[in-house]
Design a protein around this ligand. Structure first.
Ligand code: TXA
Ligand code: MG
Length: 330
């Protein structure tokens, strides 16, 4: 059965040049990145960027990330400093976003009126080729309706936004699976981690050689509130998520209908269709890659309560926990 919705392109040179033309004409294109799929528009076109907000039903107070294809383009959108260039050299292309003073060429709608802008040089080869062909930096938030779980496949985008956009570039499942790490370098001598992601706090400290402030969790709240637009409740499935430091190996016995369990690794004993795991052997990169798809599958299966296990590992474990806490926030 043919589903109506956006057209899915597979990234032939012909597809890419068509999509680059659409972007230059001010249209929106959903794009693959190594973190999650994004909904892209010409970052210098205020009208096109405004449409990103309306398609996603995203509040205008939540700024977008601007994507570039080469470090040389950084100064087209921001005022770089030495610390930013050092992080760029170490981690770009990759899952790291840097917040810097904004170049006035970037319209205010992109930065939600802030004098700063968030910039990333993504690693996904198709997306980078598309940015190059478009010849302009591309503003792109995650390609999901505001507040829902971020998409890590073209099909996730189709299901969430297919009725409201025309083009999706399919670049396969996202390799990292969690949104980028965001570092605030507006003041390079006082760097701050705004969102944990694929690049760890420790790796950033190692490259910058100075302390990096971490997001603080307010007492009594389930998630940090540091970057604008980083609502506590975000990345959320419809189901109610309950967090556990450790899930019992016999989880699921005596469960009420509607309850399901999400383990980090395959449990030794628990079995049943309401038992899910993120990685057979609990490998963190694989767990991160599978997290959002697992939450979607559990939603689709109709569970109303998801018991999820937090990671005890640093680095990626913290990023997984951050997304689980947001999913659990009410
Ligand atoms: O991995 C990612 O970062 C993905 C892919 C598509 O690149 N994008 C993404 O975008 O996660 P989004 O819109 O879901 O999250 C962007 C977040 C905003 O919610 C905000 O917290 C932060 O980036 N941000 C953007 N501009 C900022 C600024 N000027 N200052 C502080 N935070 C900013
Ligand atoms: Mg998002």
């Amino acid at each position: 059965m043919k589903r109506s919705g956006a057209r899915i392109h597979c990234g032939t040179p012909r597809d890419l040049s068509l999509l680059a033309r659409r972007l230059r004409a001010g249209e929106l294109v959903a794009v693959p990145t190594e973190t999650v799929y994004g909904l892209a528009a010409d970052a210098f076109n205020a009208g096109a960027c405004r449409r990103i907000f309306s398609v996603k039903r995203r509040p205008a107070t939540d700024p977008l990330i601007v994507h570039i294809a080469s470090v040389r383009d950084l100064s087209r959108v921001a005022a770089p400093n030495e610390a930013a260039l050092r992080l760029a050299k170490a981690f770009w292309p990759g899952p790291l976003t840097i917040v810097l003073p904004k170049n006035e060429a970037v319209p205010d709608v992109v930065s939600a009126g802030l004098p700063s802008v968030a910039v990333r040089l993504p690693a996904h080869p198709l997306f980078r080729r598309l940015i190059r062909l478009a010849g302009t930096p591309l503003a792109a938030p995650s390609a999901n309706p505001f507040g829902y779980v971020s998409p890590t496949t073209a099909d996730h985008v189709q299901r969430g936004l297919g009725g409201r956009i025309r083009h999706i570039l399919d670049g396969g499942p996202s390799r990292v699976g969690l949104e980028s790490t965001i570092v605030d370098l507006r003041n390079p001598s006082r760097p701050r981690l705004l969102r944990p992601g694929g690049i760890s706090h420790q790796e950033i400290v190692r490259v910058l050689g100075i302390p990096v402030a971490r997001p603080r969790r307010k007492a009594g709240s389930a998630a940090p509130q540091v970057a604008p637009g980083q609502l506590a409740r975000h990345y959320s499935p419809r189901a109610f998520v309950v967090l556990h430091e450790r899930l019992p190996d016999r989880a699921g016995t005596g469960a009420t209908a509607g309850e399901a369990w999400l383990f980090l690794r395959k449990p030794a004993r628990a079995r049943g269709k309401n038992i899910y795991w993120l990685s057979p052997r609990g490998e963190l990169p694989q767990a991160a890659r599978n997290l959002f798809a697992a939450l979607r599958r559990m939603d689709e299966a109709g569970y109303s309560r998801i018991h999820a296990e937090l990671s005890r590992a640093p680095g990626l474990g913290e990023a997984i926990n951050d997304r689980l806490r947001r999913a659990a926030a009410r």
